[in-house]
Design a protein around this ligand. Sequence first.
Ligand SMILES: [Zn+2]
Length: 346
Amino acid sequence: MPVWEQRWHPLRDEWVLVAAHRQSRPWTGETMRAPAAAPRPAYDPSCYLCPGNARVAGHVNPPYDGTFVFDNDHPCVGATAPSAPSPPPPPYRVAPAAGRARVVCFSPRHDLTLAEMTPAAIADVIGVWRRETRDLAADPGVRQVLCFENKGDVVGVSNPHPHGQIYATSFVWKTMETELVASARHLADSGHGLFDDIIRAEQSDGRRILHEDDRTIAFVPYFARYAYEVYVAPKRRVPHVFALDDAEVEALARALSAVTIRFDNLWRMSFPYVMVLHQAPVNAGPGADVSAFHFFIAFHPPLRQPRLLKYLAGPEIGGGNFLADTAPEAKAAELQALPGVHYAAP
Ligand SMILES: [Zn+2]
């Protein structure tokens, strides 16, 4: 059933134009080169993230056997940024690029990804996100801790070693600022959590849910902007990942495993995505209330087909709203139909 309509994105306060009736148009996007099928070694002596290897500027990784976190050798925000940038004329403003940029190795194994890690190992990664968010937020100058993973060379990652990044910034990222405003308004107007209502809406429809248990839910949202966009969320509303209890972390790890396995099984390739932890701001100041914010994890895969990239063009870059060429229900059905065991599992 073709879908041709506008869908409201309640977290972003904007419309998404779903035009899934156009799949037969003659040109459908950038063709990517075929994914490399060569197996990777468990240890790569030339990888700057593998245990025991040297990085730039003389740093040497310890022989770590779980996760490993370090300050980014090429930080985009950091204490060494110029502290007094030259003031521009109004209306322009400037501030130092202060903050911290961290790198998180998910595993010592060069050849794994989240999809091939055990839920227990994924729970250790969540443990890093909890600890780092709490520790970085202890700096009163930090306003937000952004944990994310860029995966795959189509999103610009040349090193396949499983890793993510953490930025602690002196400003609040635009997406989370918008989500906090929308969530606080919804709570004030209705008495309900906005994400609680999103979960209820997904449950009442049911067609887009990929994984669910007592504590966690994963689904392709009704208002998905990317073809295979998936949200993974604890059912209990907490503003930050460190507020989850251990049972919620274990459930979240199982959900992340279930989702990433299906991603890889979709085209039997390591599936590229941008994964972002949506957390509330920190150190918001006296009287500021972030309790309406519901922490969740979003996957934004850039591919629409095995070798077709979703292009951001006039609607997205120029207009600021997304045009989706696919129906979220159809994409969720594709993912639901896949086995829950990784295709490369022994
Ligand atoms: Zn490596």
